[in-house]
Ligand binder design. Sequence first.
Ligand code: FAD
Length: 288
Amino acid sequence: MKPAAFTYHRARDVDGAVDLLSELGDDAKIIAGGQSLVPMMNFRLARPAHLVDVTALPGLSGISTDEEGLHIGPLTTHRAVETAPDSLLGPDHAVLREAMAWVGHLPIRTLGTVGGSLAHGDATAEWCLLAVLLDARVVVRGPGGAQRTIEAADLFLGFYMTTLAPDEVIVDVVFPRPAPHCALTEFAERAGDFAAVAAAVDLDLAADGTVRGGRVALGGVAPAPVRVPEAEAVLQNGGPAGPELFAACAEAAEAAIDPPSDADGSSDYRRVLARTLIVRACEEAAAR
Ligand SMILES: Cc1cc2nc3c(=O)[nH]c(=O)nc-3n(C[C@H](O)[C@H](O)[C@H](O)COP(=O)(O)OP(=O)(O)OC[C@H]3O[C@@H](n4cnc5c(N)ncnc54)[C@H](O)[C@@H]3O)c2cc1C
């Protein structure tokens, strides 16, 4: 399958990319790794007349830390995160590295980027789920050099829809706080497929192993990744990190969600998957 004809543009800097997007209007799209956009173009689900290639933009790739938190450049590939050394991604963010094993296959991880994943806004994408769980901030640049920060909670509107404007470029992704007891797990029909349901948990553990609170996020149960306050309330009540607490947390989530039914599974199936995966994620997070 081949995409409809388009004109290719290569941007040399961020403002140049924004100018091109502004000039070309709704018919233009950024292309980064192309691992979501190109399949959509091949299936004629997207027919942009212009592609603005951002892969040559300087300074938008790499991992660093400062007082704001952990910064991941939007052009950083999934594979670069997966293979990042401890000096860049220590135990406080090990979940980001480990979650990459769930993203597609090696060739997809080698080309696909963090920014592309967030901009694409798939409800089961690992980056979208982790961003919502860990309160990531997505920094974007728009016309006139205007820069704004979008909290992950405000980024995802629904099926492949985000609050990014068509002429905004993601220039930074910030994970503001450490998450040493965090885990992501999921279930897909075949290895490398998008998850039917994905669960991510970030536990607040006391030194004696008692749970003091935590966050729970699910992908694949709603049009966008969601936090589950009912499950988090169970963790907030606290208790020993073990089967009883984790089962109660998972059951609260199962009762709270109302997943869609589709070709990948019925609503009930996804609800049961969510319960099972939350327990598994809690166990993995506590074991860190
Ligand atoms: C077979 C297959 C399996 C896959 N499995 C998974 C999976 O299990 N989990 C998962 O998360 N992903 C999966 N993917 C998708 C993959 O992770 C993509 O890499 C990712 O979704 C998009 O990144 P990209 O760099 O390829 O973006 P592109 O495809 O180039 O672009 C995607 C969208 O993001 C926009 N965009 C890109 N960069 C920016 C930027 N800096 N600022 C603003 N907008 C931008 C583009 O305009 C476009 O709308 C899979 C893909 C395939 C083909």
